[in-house]
Design a protein around this ligand. Structure first.
Ligand SMILES: C[S@@+](CC[C@H](N)C(=O)[O-])C[C@H]1O[C@@H](n2cnc3c(N)ncnc32)[C@H](O)[C@@H]1O
Length: 317
């Protein structure tokens, strides 16, 4: 972790360590030269009536704004750079639309044929988390997705920097030349395309006033795997600054925008804390498994789950 006093700028220059622009991301992008960004990581507004959105915004707005934004994102991205778009679902009147479908549609049917052909999907990560709104008329939503595209066919991917602990690290080959030897990679296993990372709810150590933060571990993992040392990371909708913090923690440069002054202030404070080594955040580690010895983890005697109910019903029949 860098423990230095770093200046945070408000307008872009290629040598800035961190640029937090308070304004429209399209304005920021227009001030940037071609081909300078190694990685774009963002979560855009879902057009669902959040406090920072125009209440009139809907799915059509989402589609139109992405269609307009994409050429500028594509222009500032380096050949071989990556674009990671974190989205969930647009829900209105109990009608659910997966926004990743829409993002993919915008890309693959863009009027700019180079964008359609040259932004190549590499993974669609499922980000799963344990807590959220408990639905009663459909299954409770416990995942969102991250779409990872590369600009062109060539790209770099540092898997070793993001390996995670194996569930059974003591597993051994049971036959062949290596029989009896440990079979796992000592650096850990590939984290796969399903990421279990707690979302930022009320008691999360990273919670700020921002209503829709993603955890720092998400951009941090992507930055480690997809950017070189001192590479440039862009988040056009930085909100509470999770991507800016992750970039600072990993020794990468950052540039991003947010229209809300109060969020820019939060992002600035957090980025300063990251540079100073005082930021509080949840490290990217496996999710805690509850200890069955704790009373709170045990099922009260009168709780009945559906399989018990089914068994009781069968017995009665
Ligand atoms: C889903 S939030 C991003 C949250 C962020 N990932 C975090 O962890 O805090 C979207 C953000 O986009 C900002 N925003 C909306 N329209 C914008 C625009 N045209 N340019 C820049 N920021 C914008 C909103 O103020 C909001 O903070």
């Amino acid at each position: 972790m860098a423990k230095t006093t770093q200046k945070i700028n408000t307008t872009f220059s290629i040598d800035n360590q961190s640029t937090l622009y308070n304004g429209d991301c399209l304005e920021l992008l227009k001030s940037m030269p071609d081909g300078v960004v190694d990685l774009v990581v963002t979560s855009p507004p879902y057009c669902m009536g959040k406090s920072y959105e125009d209440p009139k915004d809907d799915l059509q707005t989402f589609f139109e704004k992405h269609t307009e934004l994409l050429p500028e994102i594509y222009r500032v991205l380096k050949d071989g750079g990556s674009m990671c778009w974190q989205v969930g679902y647009h829900v209105k009147n109990n009608v659910v639309t997966p926004l990743d479908f829409m993002v993919h549609e915008v890309i693959k049917h863009h009027d700019n044929k180079e964008i359609a052909e040259n932004l190549i999907l590499r993974n669609r990560m499922v980000w799963t988390f344990g807590h959220g709104y408990n639905a009663s008329n459909r299954f409770s939503g416990r995942h969102e997705v991250i779409m990872w595209y590369t600009k062109g066919k060539e790209y770099s991917f540092d898997l070793d920097s993001v390996r995670v602990p194996q569930k059974y690290p003591g597993k051994k080959y049971y036959k062949g030349d290596k029989k009896g030897q440990f079979s796992g990679n000592p650096l850990g296993k590939n984290p796969s395309d399903v990421w279990e990372i707690p979302n930022v709810k009320a008691h999360h150590v990273e919670k700020t006033e921002h209503p829709c933060q993603f955890p720092i571990a998400i951009p941090q993992r992507l930055i480690k795997a997809l950017t070189p040392e001192n590479g440039l990371v862009l988040d056009p909708f930085f909100g509470s600054g999770a991507t800016a913090v992750a970039a600072a923690l990993e020794g990468r440069r950052f540039v991003g925008a947010d229209t809300e002054k109060s969020y820019c202030d939060i992002a600035k404070t957090r980025t300063e804390e990251a540079f100073a080594g005082t930021i509080r955040y949840r490290e990217d580690k496996p999710v805690y498994e509850p200890d069955q010895k704790q009373a709170v983890a045990r099922r009260p005697a009168h709780f009945v789950n559906s399989s018990d109910a089914e068994a009781k019903k069968k017995k009665a029949d």
